[in-house]
Design a protein around this ligand. Sequence first.
Ligand code: AP5
Length: 237
Amino acid sequence: MADVTADRGAVGVSQGLGRAVILLGPPGAGKGTQAQRIAQRYHLPHLSTGDMFRDNIQRDTELGRKAKPLMERGELVPDEIVLGMVANRIGQADCAKGFVFDGFPRTLQQADDLERICRQYKLGCTIVLHMVVNPALLMRRLTGRRICKAGGHIYNVYERPPRREGICDVDGSELIHRPDDSEGVIGERLHAYDRQTQPLVEYYKSRELLTPVDAMAVADTVTEAIARILDGAIAHK
Ligand code: AP5
């Protein structure tokens, strides 16, 4: 998903990290916003499982028909469906030099399977960026989010409004409110995060793969903090 202020290749690192970069955090932590910027900066593919499902729903595929009712209720899609989709994507040529994950893994099973897939493709150690944010901010960020229909550019009516209401600054297309960004469904999504995804913090911490990132800072500051971590990883490759 694209972001309206994405940094355009400031670092010029074209060789790739050779690793999976995971943005781990609750709905509204800013994973999509940062994943887009980092993917551009390091020339890596941005893999968003949420976007993959929304694309399948729009195309009315069998996978999309399975995912739709679960996403509408704010529940996770079953692991076996997610894993098949992800394994196919990682197998594509553009992922050979690493990739940025936004929204995956979300369960311990998904994390185990990702490690297996990374070994299979001989990728280096996974880098997990834990987007730490005060839960009280999340409802406002998500209810205020608007997404451009054509290019996926992300706005926020409170924090980062478009110049013309309802219209994308970048490509002039309509801005939409994601159906799962209603208060009731956001509550369910946050609950699913606490129950099924939060245990991954301990999982990655115990493997010494987790680096916390202050995701409450302004988006540019968060991007710079992440870039320092990734530049350090490249320097020590
Ligand atoms: P998905 O699409 O992955 O949604 P999510 O994890 O709930 O995350 P969001 O996209 O809502 O938030 P974000 O952290 O990306 O925040 P953003 O950058 O947009 O998943 C949707 C559904 O698909 C799931 O509920 C599940 O059903 C299914 N699914 C997906 N993956 C799955 C998996 N692996 N397993 C099972 N099911 C799966 O930012 C949010 C807002 O905040 C924006 O308006 C933005 O402008 C603003 N903002 C961002 N950063 C800042 C900042 N630093 N300061 C101020 N505002 C900011």
